[in-house]
Design a binder for this molecule. Structure first.
Ligand code: SF4
Ligand code: SF4
Length: 280
């Protein structure tokens, strides 16, 4: 994202909408400026503010006249009065920033939609986490913090060394140059994104080991991590296997998402669908 200095009138409205605090008013040139390396291309500024197209010279002149009279003239707070935002034509590798930061764009860089993961939300259809397994979502970054791929790689290296299985239909996995070692493409390592999710699964008996591993690696990273855990309930809708492990590690459990089987497939997941015949 760029701000056209010829159009910007330094009203400051955009500095409040950037979730990465990447926009500031440059005191030298007296224009809003984007810290390019901090911008994650989320488009919150461009899409979140109405773009009006007032004449910049006219707005600056009016503001100066008002300032002389010690009266402030500011546009409405949800407006860029002069339409100064100009999205860049994003190329590789910078385009990955947008794919992981603007939820409205398809994941063109990775071939997966949105942030690109269904996690365990549709496990009753996908069957990704089976009985006796536990699925983890390890989410890096948040608005205001973000994450860089070299931080994500550090976690992936540790997870790969522990022999976990990375979810194939996940954008981070698709950006790995070597899934066996958890190594990401070298050309994206310094790119910054709003957030990204690594998905893995292991057998239930490794739950505590993996959580402790994530805790240990997180201490070395400059971002924040949210850990999600998915497992299968028993026939009574209860989980008496993973929940006690989480509680013994100090987590107070609240159910976040429960699949009740409405999307249940009627055939075994490992068998192809039978061909349907239509009688005329
Ligand atoms: S909202 Fe528009 S005119 Fe105001 S500071 Fe930002 S870019 Fe400049
Ligand atoms: S695209 Fe997002 S991160 Fe970049 S300047 Fe705009 S709001 Fe901030």
């Amino acid at each position: 994202m760029r701000i056209n200095p010829d159009k910007c009138v330094a009203c400051g409205n955009c500095t409040y909408v950037c979730p990465m605090e990447a926009i500031y008013i440059d005191p030298v040139i007296k224009r809003a400026t984007i810290k390019r390396d901090e911008c994650v291309e989320c488009y919150a500024c461009y899409n979140g503010l109405s773009q009006e197209h007032l004449n910049p010279t006219m707005v600056r002149t009016v503001r100066k006249i008002f300032a002389l009279a010690k009266v402030r003239f500011d546009p409405e707070p949800d407006v860029c009065p002069t339409g100064a935002f100009e999205p860049d034509e994003l190329t590789w590798p910078r385009v990955v920033r947008r794919a992981f930061s603007d939820p409205r764009v398809p994941h063109e860089s990775t071939g997966v939609e949105g942030r690109g993961t269904e996690e365990v939300k549709t496990n009753d259809v996908s069957g990704r986490v089976k009985v006796g397994e536990v699925g983890f979502t390890i989410e890096f970054g948040r608005p205001g913090v973000g994450a860089r791929f070299h931080e994500i790689q550090e976690m992936c290296w540790a997870l790969a060394e522990a022999g976990v299985s990375f979810e194939k239909k996940n954008p981070i996995t698709s950006l790995m140059s070597d899934v066996a070692t958890g190594t990401l493409r070298a050309d994206i390592l310094n790119e910054k994104v709003m957030s990204a999710i690594v998905e893995i699964k292991v057998t239930v008996d490794r739950t505590e080991e993996i959580i402790r591993l994530v805790w240990a690696v997180e201490k070395r990273l400059g971002t924040v991590i949210a850990l999600g855990v998915g497992t299968r309930c028993d026939e009574n809708g209860e989980d008496k296997v993973v929940a006690p492990i989480l509680e013994s590690l100090g987590y107070k459990l609240e159910r976040a998402k429960t699949n009740i089987g409405l999307g249940r497939v009627k055939r075994p997941l490992d068998k192809p669908a039978a061909k349907e015949t239509v009688n005329a």
